[in-house]
Design a protein around this ligand. Structure first.
Ligand SMILES: [Zn+2]
Length: 338
């Protein structure tokens, strides 16, 4: 990670030669050492809070723009993403809005998958499990119909806030209810504070504050790459080898503008993009998660580790969202997400 330290001890001539190709070297130092295609790391992109998430309280035109841009970015790079829907967001004044439903059709038209993220985005840690299950099963009425038009059924469920239950018994009964409806639980390994950046970005976007947007966007890319590297190392420490990672982000204005550069930076690092089905074929994803019943919406890597009794000191060093991003977010009154 620190190749510059050795470079400064090089003889002067070598240093001059080095400087003449400084850009090429900088590019090379960013590249990960995966040379063979079969060894390249892989990552599944999962996008929550469809059609468009709560930090971005946008009108239909803006939601359409966000959706179009996200899908254009994914298609241009042939990235197979899955979008997780909150069907309550498809309604206006209690009625299903056909134009918001049409936004979901665009995801399927673009070749993306759709999953269930609960009807109303309820936390399993804040309501009774029976109420939560009812909401979860109510969350796919429209999505199931859209998928059926194409001969498909919903497969994946993503827990709102990544809250999977405060006891092993609640985890078991809710997982069983989901399985009976044909669902698999969608894991997340690269958890992150993207939603903090998204909140701040949505405020700047609505205020047309281009300077803040660029500043937030640039730091978002830096932070997310550091986070991916952190979870590469967590994977080595916890599983003992690199695993296909599952990335969680949200459908919002931030990603409409910055998902493209983020995917390009990940490609440059060596990543290839796979769907959730492919990523979760790695045996690590069979590991149990019931050992964590705390309040956090944490990564599956840490759930596996805690369930296996691994010392939590291995989790240290997670990159943090800088205070200035959080401060920009509090310039507006918006909800958090996940
Ligand atoms: Zn969510």
């Amino acid at each position: 990670m620190r190749p510059n330290a050795s470079r400064i001890r090089l003889p002067l001539l070598a240093l001059i030669l080095l400087l003449s190709s400084a850009q090429a070297l900088a590019d090379a130092s960013r590249r990960a050492p995966w040379t063979e295609d079969s060894l390249r790391p892989s990552l599944a992109v999962t996008i929550d809070d469809l059609p468009v998430g709560p930090p971005s309280r946008h009108d239909l035109d803006q939601q359409t723009r966000i959706t179009e841009r996200l899908l254009a970015v994914l298609r241009a790079r042939a990235v197979p993403a899955i979008g997780f829907v909150n069907e309550a967001r498809l309604e206006r004044e209690g009625e299903l809005d056909p134009e918001r439903v049409a936004l979901l059709r665009r995801w399927l038209d673009a070749g993306m998958a759709l999953g269930n993220h609960g009807y109303e985005h309820l936390s399993l840690h804040r309501v009774e499990p029976e109420i939560w299950i009812e909401d979860a099963l109510r969350g796919d009425i429209v999505t199931r119909r859209l998928l059926a038009e194409r001969g498909m059924t919903p497969v994946w469920f993503r827990h709102p806030y990544l809250h999977v239950g405060r006891s092993a018994e609640i985890q078991r009964m809710t997982a069983q209810a989901l399985a009976e409806r044909g669902y698999r639980i969608a894991p997340v390994t690269v958890d992150n504070g993207e939603w903090v950046y998204a909140d701040a970005y949505a405020r700047a976007w609505n205020a047309n504050d281009r300077e803040s947007m660029e500043r937030i966007g640039r730091d978002y890319l830096r932070y997310m790459l550091e986070m991916v590297v952190f979870y590469e190392n967590q994977s080595l420490a916890i599983v003992g080898e690199p695993i296909p990672q599952t990335l969680l982000i949200h459908a919002n204005a931030l990603n409409a503008d910055y998902l493209g550069p983020l995917l390009d930076a990940l490609s440059e690092r060596g990543y290839r993009f796979v769907d959730l089905e492919q990523a979760t074929k790695h045996p690590a994803y069979q590991r149990p998660i019931h050992g964590y019943t705390g309040p956090g919406g944490i990564t599956w890597l840490h759930r596996w580790a805690l369930t296996a009794g691994v010392d939590a000191s291995v989790f240290r060093g997670e990159p943090e969202v800088p205070d200035w991003v959080d401060a920009l977010r509090h310039a507006s009154s918006v909800d958090g997400a996940n």
